[in-house]
Unconditional design. Structure first.
Length: 435
């Protein structure tokens, strides 16, 4: 697809010209796969990570179709609806659509929580071509009779897996029930667990399936390292590590909001400029933190997974997993923040003994072991008992022996490996050579 242009894919010349002004000349794999069926008015199920160009994959055909088929706007109505899990991602989508649609009469608005509702009411009251929203705030406006979806013919669900993780599934079902039966729908997700597949089956009709696998997105250009560090020592270990001047622009991922604040506070006390971003912060505080990171005032951004969705910052040199995620797919999403646009990147993961099964999940998904860059892997006796239960080969008398790693074991056939402690131990730690 290297010689294919957006015009070749069917995108209008004026939109393609806007892309050229943004130095976007060739479609990414996910764009090349998704744009043609969308222009054919088919439903699409897309599996792709942040950094693959998925926003343009649905925004470009959406802008094209809306301008090719103009219609009068009705008060309180929208012709297209884009649902996103976070305020930051909604703003990012809005900005992308604004740039792609220059010179074309496309009206849009963003409706998200955490900001005053008055202006949003005024924005939607005039009628819109595209409404970009988080599910909770949109339902508020619907319940207050400010928004109706009876003429909305396009539905986009971006990062559907994250929306379901955040508990939005019932809100989304209520919203979908208000849409016309005859519509075009698109669902994008970074992962495709059974819950997402069932949900896609509910709302999509004979969809075209397009996919960019995590391995091809991130692994090849990223140096992935693991440091075995006790949980109580992680903050001091991170502080010492960040003394390295080569770590110029770093995102540190924390599993909890409180943890993100504590990490940022300790770094500031050590003289390292840092900001934190998570769901408990107001929209203004999150935007200020992100702006500080973008313009270089803050060298470190400490974030939770949900808050990081929608962050689009170039030239990130390092990603640090202060806590390993419970889902290995989230690891792939995290490290995809670096090594963008053909550059190289470094991903560093801190692993406490209690997180060792999560490390094995990650290695299984990425199909390669992380490079040991610090510390010593835990002995079996140091791994929590919950993670060691069940497998026939696990002999208590062998617990004094160090484990022999087997990261590429066959997944457990009965349950998804990342969701079962027993399967995790069976499939990730592997039998001992002593047998």
């Amino acid at each position: 697809m290297t010689n294919t242009t957006f015009f070749d894919l069917g995108i209008a010349k004026g939109i393609a010209t806007n892309l050229e002004k943004l130095n976007i000349t060739s479609p990414t794999p996910i764009q090349a796969q998704a744009i043609p069926p969308l222009l054919e008015r088919r439903d699409v199920l897309g599996i792709a990570q942040t950094g693959t160009g998925k926003t343009a994959a649905f925004s470009l055909p959406l802008v094209h179709l809306l301008t090719e088929e103009p219609a009068a706007l009705k008060p309180g109505r929208t012709r297209a609806l884009v649902l996103a899990p976070t305020r930051e991602l909604a703003q990012q989508i809005s900005e992308a659509i604004r740039q792609f649609s220059k010179g074309r009469r496309i009206s849009q608005a963003v409706v998200v929580g955490g900001v005053p509702i008055g202006r949003q009411v005024r924005d939607v009251s005039r009628g819109l071509d595209i409404l970009i929203a988080t599910p909770g705030r949109l339902l508020d406006l619907i319940n207050q009779k400010h928004v109706r979806l009876d003429v909305c013919n396009f539905l986009v669900l971006d990062e559907a897996d994250r929306m379901l993780d955040m508990g939005f599934i019932n809100d989304i079902r209520k919203i979908v029930a208000l849409l016309p039966k005859q519509r075009q729908s698109l669902l994008f997700s970074a992962t495709m667990p059974t819950t997402i597949q069932r949900f896609a089956d509910e709302i999509l009709k004979n969809p075209a399936r397009v996919e960019v696998t995590p391995e091809t997105v991130t692994v090849d250009r990223i140096d992935q390292q693991v440091h075995h560090v006790a949980q109580k020592e992680k903050r001091s270990y991170l502080t010492k590590m960040l003394a390295d001047p080569d770590m110029q622009r770093v995102i540190v991922f924390s599993r909890t909001k409180h943890g993100a604040d504590r990490i940022a506070t300790q770094l500031e006390r050590a003289g390292i400029s840092a900001e934190s971003i998570h769901g408990n912060k107001s929209q203004g505080a999150r935007q200020r933190a992100l702006s500080s990171f973008r313009n270089g005032r803050a060298r470190i951004l400490v974030a939770t997974d949900i808050a990081a969705r929608g962050i689009d910052v170039d030239n990130i040199t390092h990603v640090v997993n202060f806590d390993l995620p419970h889902e290995p797919e989230s690891y792939v999403h995290r490290i995809g923040r670096t090594a963008r646009a053909g550059t190289q990147g470094i991903a560093i993961s801190f692993c406490d003994a209690s997180e060792y099964p999560l490390l094995k999940d990650i290695e299984h998904l990425t199909k390669r072991p992380l490079t040991l860059a610090g510390g010593t892997p835990p002995a079996l006796a140091d791994i929590p008992r919950k993670a060691k239960s069940g497998p026939w080969w696990w002999r208590p008398q062998e617990n004094r022996l160090a484990p022999q790693y087997r990261p590429f074991a066959k997944p457990c056939e009965t349950r998804r490996f990342s969701q079962s402690a027993q399967c995790t131990a069976q499939n990730r730690l592997g039998p001992l050579n002593a047998f």
